[in-house]
Design a protein around this ligand. Structure first.
Ligand code: 13P
Ligand code: SF4
Length: 396
């Protein structure tokens, strides 16, 4: 009986979910020092506006398309991960880059900006489950397996932007490059101009969709390397025959969409156009009418004829915004149930107000810094991507 009177001690996992403690095995930490404004504070919008006005050009706020509306309202620029990387690199005048996105994006911004600039992630718990699926120790072990199979020298690594700085640095060291969903085709072509095989990290779906739909390879040319199995769960013959070695990672948001849902929405909404992100499974992309990065999804629907109907397979914050931005069209969500990206959603107005007001108070919180050696090699891989034809920042 008396035991019931004691408060149960929170487990480390419960503390993480509450935003306390840290997780050294993940790409993120979650400590949030200092007092956050209450989410119920009716003055939050005014506080954010006042803090931004007070900081002026000293701060530049980047907002990924999956961010909440309340955060997007204060972004100086919104974009997909490629556009935001370009924009971070293009604003050397800003002392502070506040990155409303996830941890790997803020790391990339830190790598692409000058040492005098400080990159801030409003909530350190905004990680990415896909990025967490490729750990550098596992990836080094995979490379060793490729070396044992005698194919490492013929393999060029390509890593999706959604990876830790350590994986980007690995890619740079081994002659490879970073890609995003807007330039995965060009990046894979670049790699095949330099090697016979590609090791694609960490999203197996983007890798497979690019190899098959864009480069015309067959599904049989692709194998999946499972880091939890010896030799990736592949025989030497399978490794040697493969053209694309896909890391066994996926996005927990986009991986939910199914081919059945595409069939269902076509019945539910006659004449509907189905557009999905390339992080979706191969069968889903095969059944869709269009595939593209978040930026491409936005521009395709914006350019569509009034009266057309669209079912969208990407994160729900963006789909809701697309419906608002296109009142002359019908925009519906492809999944049967809700599908927010939980970590993107961690960044809310209280966190944004907290980081901006902290800067004003002379206390920079949640700074993201990549160590110099990792940053050097990751920048090599990022610069190769930014140097691809067509990657130059459009002139204002
Ligand atoms: P893009 O911004 O490249 O479209 O990627 C979507 C995504 O999942 C970001 O985490
Ligand atoms: Fe990571 Fe997927 Fe969320 Fe993007 S949408 S941050 S890939 S979990």
């Amino acid at each position: 009986m008396t035991e019931l009177l004691h408060d149960p001690q929170p487990t480390p996992l419960a503390l993480l979910l509450l935003g306390k403690g840290s997780d050294p095995d993940s790409e993120r930490g979650v400590e949030c020092p200092g007092a956050l404004p209450a989410a119920s504070d009716p003055g939050l919008v005014e506080r954010a506006a006042a803090a931004k006005a007070a900081l002026g050009d000293r701060v530049f706020v980047l907002g990924h398309h999956y961010q909440r509306d309340e955060v997007i309202a204060f972004a100086d620029v919104t974009g997909d991960s490629f556009k935001l990387a370009q924009q971070a690199a293009a604003h050397p005048e800003a002392e502070f880059i506040v990155f409303c996105g996830v941890h790997f994006m803020a790391e990339s911004a830190d790598i692409l900006t000058s040492p005098a600039q400080q990159v801030i992630l409003p909530d350190l718990a905004a990680g990415c489950s896909m990025a967490d699926m490729a750990d550098i120790i596992e990836v080094e072990a995979c490379w060793e397996a490729l070396a044992q199979a005698g194919i490492a020298d013929a393999t060029v690594p390509v890593t999706y932007m959604n990876s830790t700085a350590a994986i980007k640095a690995f890619t740079g060291r081994h002659g490879g490059l970073v890609c995003t969903s807007s330039n995965a085709q060009r990046s894979m072509e670049w790699a095949f101009e330099r090697g016979e095989k590609v090791l694609f990290l960490p999203d197996q779906h983007l890798g497979r969709n690019t190899a098959v739909f864009d480069l015309g390879l067959s599904l049989d040319d692709c194998v999946v390397f499972n880091p939890f199995k010896p030799n990736g769960g592949l025989s030497l013959d399978e490794l040697r025959a493969a053209k694309v070695i896909l890391w066994r990672g996926h996005c927990s948001v986009h991986g939910r969409f199914t081919a059945d849902e595409v069939d269902e929405v076509r019945v539910r909404v006659p004449g509907v156009n189905v557009i999905v992100h390339p992080e979706c499974q191969h069968e889903v992309v095969a059944k869709a009418d269009y595939v593209g990065s978040t930026e491409k999804i936005i521009s395709t629907i914006a350019a569509a004829e009034p009266g057309t109907a669209w079912a969208v397979g990407t994160e729900l914050n963006l789909v809701k915004r697309l419906a608002t931005m296109n009142p002359d069209k019908s925009v519906v969500y492809l999944d049967r149930t809700v599908c927010f990206c939980a970590t993107m959603n961690r960044i809310d107005l209280p966190h944004l107000v907290w980081v901006l007001e902290s800067i004003i108070a002379g206390n920079v919180v949640n700074r993201i810094e990549v160590d110099p050696d990792t940053a050097h090699w990751a920048k090599v891989a990022l610069d190769r991507m930014l140097a691809l034809p067509g990657a130059a920042l459009p002139k204002d």
